[in-house]
Structures are given as structure tokens and as C-alpha cells.
Design a protein around this ligand. Structure first.
Ligand SMILES: Cc1cc2nc3c(=O)[nH]c(=O)nc-3n(C[C@H](O)[C@H](O)[C@H](O)COP(=O)(O)OP(=O)(O)OC[C@H]3O[C@@H](n4cnc5c(N)ncnc54)[C@H](O)[C@@H]3O)c2cc1C
Length: 371
């Protein structure tokens, strides 16, 4: 790696941290995205030949995790950008790849639909060829950065081929796109993960990403590994934020009539120790997943499924425990763990959800087909 990720990321993280509280009020993390752009980190996964940094999935994991330790919304926006960017780097036209590499293009995924919900691999939205254009009709249920992305990596039914889906590049300013209601979330509140409708949206036929009917293979081969690893990174960021906040609070908070701190209680220490252990188990699995993918190990796809389930479930437990050990104070904002708790709720219900992952892993263990 010829770029200095550590120094760049320290600057980006400081900016994301400074704005985290106002972003939690429901404002898009513009400053963090601008900082990622200024450091070249929007082009992290783009090849050096097109002007990118030529970084790896491990580098993207580092970025998404570091942002997650200070601002869940910034972390998720980066996660979805890298997922879209990975598809564009593999299948996009040269000018689009250059735009991503140079930070002129914020990407995201537009997979989830009102009809198939978390079964993102089965869109019912349509793409109809009319001359050298394609006309889109869709009710997308969630698109992170919906009103801030440059373009969406978009799924539809194929135009003619067999197969469940085809992917497209749909500019976010295309006439016919609308946001029926803004995102108001429990956590990740600056995320702008809004629904988007498409009515008669026209894109050039050349905006197809990969083959007609080839969407499923891109979803499984490119998006799923990237998303699972980076979603785990975001969950780990929230866990680390909660553990650090809870540890600091418990060390500093005293029962003055006893002359002791909360950390003097063995039960409190054990809760914190178990949380750190749970987070480190999920971290180790995520890091092994990155190694399995980089080295083409036979169990790589099992690890991909495991790591998101592990980190997503651990994040629910660890952030709930942080709330518990900080007592009533955690219920207010003063300790700083309630935001991590709220942010951490999203991962386990983001597709593939934890329950779907357990089902897939169970099917794999029993030798059954996954789909
Ligand atoms: C903050 C946030 C950001 C998001 N960003 C994006 C984005 O940028 N792009 C995008 O495309 N999507 C995005 N999503 C959508 C996400 O990936 C899921 O599609 C969505 O959260 C699923 O919610 P749902 O209510 O539609 O799930 P439903 O499908 O209604 O599921 C409800 C429950 O049923 C369970 N369930 C469903 N099917 C099965 C099964 N086969 N086996 C076992 N259990 C099952 C689920 O686990 C869940 O507990 C985002 C979601 C969130 C919360």
C-alpha cells in the first residue's frame, strides 16, 4: 500500500467525530463524506490505473470501522459507497470508474424493494428496453444516501434474459425518481436511508452493469462479500464505542458513601469483560473472513455469511450490556452509549438479516441448496 491510510483516516475520523452529534440529529454526514473525498478515500477501492488508491477490502474495513467508532451514520454511508464502488469498479464504464476513483461519485445500493423486502436477490421492479434506452418502474424500500448519492447501483428484473435480476447504474437526479418519505430512523439517523420510487425513469441501455440476468452473480460474488465484511466493521465500531463509553463511565462514577466506583463492582467488570470478549470474537472472525477472501480459501463464502451474523448479533448484545452497566445515566445522552445502542440495531435486520444468515448457514451445514 503506497498511500498513508493511517494519517488520512485520523483526519477523516476527527471530522466525523466533531459532527457526530448533529448528524445524530438527522443531518447527512456531509463533512465526513467531504473529508473522505479530500483524502482520496472515496476512491479507495478503485484501481490506480483509473486514479484510485488501489486499496483492499481490509483497507475499507479499517475505514468503516474507524468511522463507526465515532459516527454510525458516516460509517454506514461509507459502507454502502464501497459496496456500490466495488460493482462499478468491476463492471462500470471507464468514465464512471474514473469519477469514483477521483471522488466525484458517491455510490450506494438500491436493492431492497417494498415487494420482496429483505429478499434483495428477488426484485420485482422492471426495466423495459425502448430503443437505446431502458425504462425503470420500481418501489425501492431503502437506499442509504438516497438524496445525496451521485447514482444508484440498482437492481431490476432482467429485460429479456433468464435469472432473477439485472444491475444498472441509475443517476440519482434522473427524472421520475422520487423520495416518498424521508428517513427518520431509531439509529444511524443521518443516513438518509429513504425509500425511492421510480416511475418512467429512463436511463441509457449502456448503463447496464454486467450481463442481462447477471445481477444475482454480481450480488453474490461482489456485493455480498464486500457488504458482509464492511457491515461487520460498522458493527464493531459501534461495539468499540459502547465498550469505551461504558468503561470510562464505570471507572469515573462513584458511590461516594462507599468510597468505590462502579468499576469496583465485580458484576460490572464481568459484563465489560464479556462484552470485550464478544467484540473480539466477532473481530477475529471478520479478519479471518478478509483473509479467506484474499487467499481464495474454500470456506470463504461460509465465513462471509458467518461474519455479518456474528458481528450483527454481538452488536445487539454488547451495546445493550453497555446500557445496563451504565444504569439510568445511559438512558440519557450524557454517557454517550445510547447512540451506539441505537446505531447497532440496524445491522441484524439489514439483508441478509441475521435470521436469514442462520438459515443459510444451517442449510449449508445440512447439505441443502441455499436458494
Ligand atoms: C439503516 C438501514 C440502511 C439500509 N440501507 C440499504 C441500502 O442502502 N440499500 C438497500 O438495498 N437496502 C438497504 N436497507 C434495507 C435492508 O438491507 C433490508 O432489506 C431491510 O432492512 C429489511 O427490512 P424489511 O422490513 O423489509 O424485512 P422483512 O423481509 O419484512 O423481514 C422481517 C423479519 O423476517 C425475517 N425473515 C425474512 N425472511 C426470512 C427468511 N427467509 N428466513 C428467516 N427469517 C426471515 C427477517 O430476518 C426479519 O426479522 C437498509 C436497511 C436499514 C435498516
Amino acid at each position: 500500500m503506497s498511500f498513508d491510510l493511517t494519517s488520512s483516516l485520523a483526519r477523516v475520523t476527527a471530522i466525523a467525530a466533531a459532527h457526530a452529534e448533529s448528524v445524530d440529529g438527522g443531518r447527512f454526514p456531509k463533512e465526513a463524506v467531504d473529508a473522505l473525498r479530500a483524502e482520496g478515500l472515496l476512491g479507495l477501492l478503485s484501481a490506480t490505473e483509473v486514479g484510485g488508491l488501489g486499496g483492499t477490502l481490509a483497507d475499507a474495513f479499517t475505514v468503516v470501522h474507524a468511522l463507526g467508532t465515532v459516527c454510525g451514520s458516516s460509517s454506514m454511508v461509507a459502507c454502502m459507497h464501497y459496496c456500490g464502488a466495488a460493482v462499478l469498479e468491476k463492471t462500470g464504464a471507464l468514465d464512471v470508474r474514473r469519477a469514483v476513483a477521483e471522488g466525484r461519485h458517491l455510490s450506494t445500493l438500491a436493492f431492497s424493494e417494498a415487494s420482496s423486502r429483505s429478499h434483495f436477490w428477488a426484485p420485482s421492479s422492471t426495466a423495459t428496453v425502448e430503443g437505446d434506452e431502458v425504462v425503470m418502474e420500481a418501489r425501492k424500500s431503502w437506499i442509504t444516501s438516497a438524496s445525496h448519492a451521485t447514482a444508484y447501483v440498482w437492481s431490476s428484473r432482467p429485460t429479456a434474459a433468464e435469472g432473477p435480476s439485472t444491475l444498472w447504474l441509475v443517476p440519482a437526479n434522473a427524472p421520475g425518481l422520487s423520495v416518498p418519505r424521508p428517513y427518520v430512523g431509531l439509529g444511524l439517523r443521518g443516513n438518509d436511508s429513504s425509500p425511492v420510487n421510480a416511475s418512467g425513469v429512463r436511463v441509457p441501455a449502456g448503463n447496464r452493469l454486467g450481463a442481462d440476468g447477471g445481477g444475482f452473480d454480481l450480488m453474490m460474488g461482489v456485493v455480498l462479500p464486500t457488504f458482509s465484511v464492511l457491515n461487520s466493521a460498522g458493527s464493531l465500531g459501534a461495539m468499540d464505542r459502547a465498550i469505551a463509553g461504558a468503561s470510562a463511565w464505570c471507572g469515573a462514577t462513584r458511590h461516594e458513601h462507599l468510597g468505590t466506583s462502579l468499576a469496583d463492582l465485580p458484576t460490572i467488570r464481568a459484563y465489560i469483560a464479556r462484552s470485550a470478549l464478544r467484540a473480539d470474537q466477532a473481530r477475529t472472525l471478520a479478519q479471518d473472513t478478509i483473509t479467506a477472501l484474499a487467499t481464495g480459501r474454500a470456506d470463504a463464502m461460509i465465513r462471509v455469511l458467518q461474519c455479518k451474523a456474528s458481528a450483527g448479533e454481538a452488536a445487539l448484545e454488547v451495546t445493550a450490556t453497555a446500557m445496563r452497566v451504565c444504569g439510568g445515566a445511559a438512558y440519557r445522552q450524557e454517557v454517550g452509549v445510547e447512540r451506539a445502542f441505537r446505531d447497532a440495531q440496524a445491522s441484524s435486520v439489514m439483508a441478509p438479516t441475521s435470521d436469514q444468515l442462520f438459515d443459510f448457514l444451517g442449510k449449508a451445514a445440512c447439505g441443502l441448496p441455499l436458494f
